[in-house]
Design a protein around this ligand. Structure first.
Ligand SMILES: Cc1cc2nc3c(=O)[nH]c(=O)nc-3n(C[C@H](O)[C@H](O)[C@H](O)COP(=O)(O)OP(=O)(O)OC[C@H]3O[C@@H](n4cnc5c(N)ncnc54)[C@H](O)[C@@H]3O)c2cc1C
Length: 444
C-alpha cells in the first residue's frame, strides 16, 4: 500500500475513477504533474484498480467519438510515464473507433490502462501513494486547515487515518432516492406507480440490472414508460428496445414512451449541420462561440440523439419509441396518465446524487452541505459549501453527481447551465479548474 510515513499529503483523492485520473491526466497535459505529485498525493479507491470507475459497466455507446478519449495521447508528459497506456491493446482498439461512437466497456478498458499508468507514476514518487481495496468513510475538517481522511479495507480490518491540505471527493454517484415524490404535472405524479418504478441506473449499469419482476411485467404488458429527457433517459430507452430478453415471440421490442418535461436539445457539430437537418435552435444562445457546435454540452448525442430525433422528427410510426412533452394541457396529461397506467415498468431517468463520506467539523459535529435543486452545490473552484454558507476550501468535489456547472467560463452554449460530466472534460477544462484550486492558477 506504501502509505506515507506521518500520513500527511498535499492532496488526497477519495475515489479513483475517471474524474480523479482525469485531474492527473490534465496535470500531465499542462506540465503540472510533477508539481502536483511533489506536494504529496494519495489516491484511495475501493476497487482493485484506478481509472475505469463505473463507465465500463454501461452497456451503451459513448456519447462522443473515440478520438475524444485519446486526445491526451499526444500531450501527456512525461511521455515515458504514459507509454504503457499508449501502447496498450485497448488503446489501439479504441483508436479504431476514433471517428465513431465506441461502446463504453471498451472505453472502460482503455481507462483501466490509463489508470495503471497513472498509478505507476504516482507510486514512483516518494511521498505519494495509491491505496486500492479501501473505502473512504469519513472526512474531518481540522482546526489547522486541511482535513483528516479515514478509510478502511473493504474486506474488513482496522481503520486508517491520514491528513491532507486538500481532499478531493470523486466517489461517483448513486441514483436519486426520492423517485416516488416526483411530480410530472400538477395532479400527475409517480406515487401510484411506485410498485413498478425503478431508476434508469438499473438498465444503464450492468452491475445492477432490471428487477426480474419488472422484466416479467414488461413481457406481459409490452409497454414501458421512461421519465426524463436527458442522455440517460434516451439511453435507457435505447437499452429497452435492444434488450433481446425483452422482445416478444415475433422479435418485437416493447413500446417505449418517453415523458419529458424540458425541451429536448440536440447536439450538432456546426450550425450548418443543424440547419441542414431542419433543427430549430437559437443561433445565439444554443451555439458555443468557441467551437461553433450547437448544444455542445446539453445536446443529445450518438444513439440517444438518433432515437430521440426519430421519435420527435420522424413521426410515431417511425419506431418503437414515442416522446410526449409534459406540458400542462389536458391532452398531454391524459396521454401521459394512460401510458403510466398501462406500462409494466416506469423507468425514472432523473439524475444522480454524489456519493459522499461522512463529513464533520473539527468538534465532530456533522457538516451539513449546501445543495441546490439539482444536488450538491460546489463553487466555481469546485469547493464544497456548508449549508450555513461557509466555503470549505480544503474540500473539493468533482465528477458524476458532484460536478461543476457550466458558468460561461468554459467553452459551451450560453443556454446550458447544467452539470459538466464527461471524461474529456475531466481531462481538460474541468480538470483544470480543480487543478487551479489545488495548485493555484500560476502555470509552470
Ligand atoms: C449512463 C451514463 C453514460 C455516460 N456516458 C458517458 C460518455 O459516453 N462519455 C463520457 O465522457 N462520460 C459519460 N458519462 C459521465 C461520466 O464520465 C461517467 O459517469 C464517469 O464514470 C464518471 O466518473 P467519476 O469518477 O465521477 O465516477 P465513477 O466512474 O463512478 O468513479 C468513482 C470511483 O470512486 C470509487 N469509490 C466510490 N465510493 C468510494 C469510497 N467510499 N471509497 C473509495 N472509493 C470509492 C468507485 O469504486 C469508482 O472507482 C456517463 C454517465 C452515465 C451515468
Amino acid at each position: 500500500m506504501g502509505l506515507k510515513p506521518g500520513g500527511h499529503y498535499g492532496v488526497v483523492f477519495c475515489g479513483g475513477g475517471p474524474a480523479t485520473t482525469g485531474i492527473l491526466v490534465c496535470a500531465a497535459e499542462q506540465g503540472r504533474l510533477d508539481t502536483l505529485l511533489g506536494r504529496g498525493t494519495c489516491i484511495i479507491e475501493q476497487s482493485s484498480a484506478i481509472g475505469p470507475g463505473a463507465i465500463g459497466h454501461y452497456p451503451i455507446s459513448a456519447n462522443t467519438r473515440g478520438a475524444t478519449f485519446l486526445t491526451w495521447l499526444d500531450k501527456a508528459g512525461p511521455r515515458e510515464a504514459f507509454d504503457a497506456a499508449r501502447n496498450a491493446g485497448s488503446t489501439y482498439a479504441l483508436a479504431r473507433f476514433a471517428t465513431v461512437f465506441p461502446r463504453l466497456p471498451l472505453v472502460g478498458e482503455h481507462l483501466a490502462s490509463l489508470g495503471d499508468a497513472v498509478r505507476a507514476r504516482v507510486e514512483s514518487v516518494p511521498g505519494c501513494s495509491v491505496v486500492t481495496e479501501h473505502s473512504v468513510r469519513e472526512l474531518t475538517l481540522l482546526d489547522s486547515g486541511g482535513a483528516a481522511i479515514t478509510f478502511e479495507p473493504v474486506d474488513g480490518g482496522a481503520r486508517i487515518t491520514v491528513t491532507a491540505d486538500h481532499a478531493v471527493i470523486a466517489m461517483g454517484a448513486r441514483p436519486r432516492a426520492d423517485l416516488g415524490q416526483l411530480a410530472l404535472l400538477p395532479g400527475l405524479d409517480l406515487r401510484p406507480h411506485e410498485h413498478k418504478l425503478c431508476h434508469a441506473n438499473a438498465l444503464l449499469d450492468e452491475r445492477v440490472g432490471l428487477p426480474p419482476g419488472l422484466r416479467r411485467a414488461i413481457a406481459r404488458t409490452r409497454k414501458v414508460v421512461v421519465v426524463g429527457g436527458s442522455h440517460s433517459a434516451w439511453s435507457a430507452a435505447w437499452v429497452l428496445i435492444h434488450d433481446r430478453g425483452l422482445r416478444d415471440d415475433r422479435g418485437r421490442p416493447p413500446r417505449v414512451t418517453v415523458l419529458h418535461r424540458s425541451h429536448l436539445r440536440f447536439y450538432f457539430r456546426s450550425v450548418a449541420r443543424a440547419r441542414a437537418a431542419g433543427y430549430a435552435f437559437d443561433e445565439t444562445s444554443d451555439v458555443c462561440p468557441q467551437t461553433g457546435a450547437v448544444n455542445r454540452h446539453g445536446g443529445l448525442r450518438a444513439d440517444a440523439h438518433g432515437l430521440a430525433w426519430a421519435a420527435t422528427h420522424q413521426g410515431r410510426a417511425a419506431g418503437p419509441v414515442r416522446a410526449i412533452s409534459l406540458i400542462d394541457e389536458e391532452g398531454a396529461r391524459a396521454t401521459a396518465a394512460e401510458a403510466l397506467d398501462e406500462a409494466g415498468a416506469v423507468i425514472a431517468a432523473v439524475g444522480y446524487e454524489a456519493i459522499l463520506p461522512a463529513i464533520t467539523w473539527p468538534d465532530r459535529r456533522p457538516v451539513r452541505l449546501a445543495t441546490t435543486e439539482s444536488g450538491l452545490q460546489v463553487t466555481e473552484q469546485a469547493r464544497l459549501v456548508s449549508a450555513e454558507g461557509t466555503e470549505l476550501p480544503q474540500l473539493l468535489a468533482f465528477g458524476l453527481g458532484a460536478g461543476q456547472r457550466a458558468t460561461g467560463m468554459l467553452a459551451g452554449e450560453p443556454s446550458y447551465t447544467g452539470r459538466l460530466d464527461a471524461v474529456r472534460l475531466y481531462q481538460n477544462e474541468v480538470g483544470g479548474i480543480v487543478l487551479d484550486s489545488l495548485l493555484g492558477s500560476a502555470r509552470a
